[in-house]
Structure formats: C-alpha cells, structure tokens
Design a protein around this ligand. Structure first.
Ligand code: 5GP
Length: 116
C-alpha cells in the first residue's frame, strides 16, 4: 500500500523538498519537532526497517550521506543533531514508507524518557 510519501516523491502533492536524486527524496516534516526536521526517504517504497535487505545496503548508506550533507547545509553539523528511524508500533512509526528523521537546531534532550 502506497503512503502519502510516494505522492510527495512523485510531486503529486506539495512539500518543502530540500533534496532529490534518483535514489532518495528529502523534505521538511509537516510537524517539525525541532528547528531543522527533515525526512530522508528512499524513492523506492520500503515499508519498514524490517523490510531492508542486503540489496539495500548502498541505498541505506546513501541516505546517511545525504543526511550528513543536509546537516551541513542547515549548519547544524557542528552543534550536532539526531538521526532517527522508527519501526512499527513500539517504535512509533506513523508512515509506513521507510524514512530517516534529521533533527537539530536546538538541544534535543535525552534520547528516550528515562525510566526511574
Ligand atoms: P514516523 O512517526 O512514521 O517516524 O514519522 C512520520 C513523520 O511524517 C511525522 O513526523 C509526520 O509529522 C510526518 N508527516 C506525515 N504526513 C506528512 C506530510 O503529508 N508531509 C510531510 N512533509 N510530513 C508528513
């Protein structure tokens, strides 16, 4: 089942797109959780992190390189940022088209709410 991200990648619905090549598309999150909140999405539909295979290794590395480039363009590289991939229900995944969140521009706090 296609998600809204397929339509964004195809340009069928608007987004604040910051990067696109033949492998990935990156656009600003509609509900940003930090001053920079960009989603880096493979153009090919991979639903979740459970669905990646060895054949995707180059693509997954490319997503990481694009994230690093965008962090530099956003000037959040020196202070730092967070890269997140959520998987399925316990991971809090909402859109079932694999994506890497790039978050930065403010101190992001602890990765998870700490259990006492
Ligand atoms: P997930 O929870 O699946 O890891 O993250 C999905 C993200 O997609 C959320 O942060 C949500 O705000 C974002 N999102 C959902 N629908 C849209 C949309 O139509 N456009 C954009 N730009 N972001 C979206």
């Amino acid at each position: 089942m296609s998600t809204i991200f397929a339509k964004i990648i195809a340009g069928e619905i608007p987004s604040d797109m910051v990067f696109q090549d033949d492998q990935v598309t990156a656009f600003r999150d509609i509900s940003p959780q930090a001053p920079t909140h960009i989603l880096i999405v493979p153009n090919r539909e991979i639903p979740t992190a459970n669905d990646v295979s060895a054949a995707d290794e180059q693509l997954l590395g490319h997503m990481f390189v694009v994230a690093r480039q965008l962090a530099a363009e956003e000037e959040i590289d020196a202070n730092g940022y967070r890269l997140i991939i959520n998987c399925n229900e316990h991971g809090g995944q909402e859109v079932y088209h694999l994506h890497l969140h790039l978050l930065g521009g403010r101190p992001l706090g602890p990765m998870l709410t700490r259990r006492t």
